[in-house]
Design a protein around this ligand. Sequence first.
Ligand code: AMP
Ligand code: MG
Length: 350
Amino acid sequence: METIIRKIDFETEYDEILSEAAGIIRKGGLVAFPTETVYGLGADGLNGEACKNIYIAKGRPSDNPLILHISDLKQLEMIVREIPDKARMLMESFWPGPLTIIFKKLPCVPDSVTGGLDTVAVRFPSNILANRLIAAAGTPVAAPSANSSGRPSPTRASHVEADLKGKIDMLIDGGGCDVGVESTIVDITGEVPCLLRPGGITVEMLEEIIGTIDIDSAVIKSLGAEERPKAPGMKYKHYSPNAEVVLVKGEKDAVVEKINSFIDENKLKGMSSGVMAADDTVHLYRADCVLSLGRRDDLRQIASNLFDALRSFDDKNVDIVYSEVFETVGEGLAVMNRLNKAAGFKYIEA
Ligand code: AMP
Ligand code: MG
């Protein structure tokens, strides 16, 4: 299949590009588009067959449900059974924006969207291109991240091209994504709201609006074979570059020394190493490829650069990537969740 690629030049009107994309979605095709979190791969969310093609293009396991993206609240009423008070409070504070809420679903939502669950995940993105595309399609748009399953999520059009060119109908290139990690997911269908995936809307921000929330154990630790995360997708290894990722924890100087000793050992074995660090330590490493994610105390910036950095180790062909760890406050919880998953929750103590 030939993938139509259209670049948005924000200086000139881009209505025609969005109408072309909306037409493809209405006919059951697949369109990748930018959102404020990462690029999404969109299909008509009420067309079960179209949604099945998302799983095929991504190589995504069929039990990993999709998020439905809406452009106004009328579309929400079309797909959910009820809107609990706490959901309303979160919607008022954080929609449109990078927050996904789990609702009880109405029967019109196809099983291929929900993986057979009786709930549906819904988000109202704030990105103007995403919003106008969904409105033009006139239907909720099912859109997981537009990467091959298991790879780091795409935060630039070039990442989508690398994974999905030739497998999807269209890609809208709207530049980089601000937040850089996928949406925060909250389940409000139970007694106590529960965080299923951390993201740009932080636990602190959620608790300020609706009080204490639970954090699903899959967010912070590796689950045993018998355990099931509440968000089915959280059980899969994710976000990996081709190289193995190893996290190194400890006091700053000890971490630098430990990683440098691994780099030296690898060199003797003919292996190349990469390091993911922050601005204050980036110059201290002897690796073949050293990247800074930004200022250590600017966790928002670190989140925004994370997936691009993970992907760029593939271009450099390194055999193993060592990463420093970051504080798990604010956006740091999302950063460490994605890093832990990239490393399969393995780490070394310096
Ligand atoms: P992605 O589309 O790549 O951002 O992944 C969507 C995430 O939302 C996955 O981790 C899914 O498991 C989760 N998800 C989607 N629908 C539901 C649902 N009904 N209940 C719980 N988690 C969900
Ligand atoms: Mg994904």
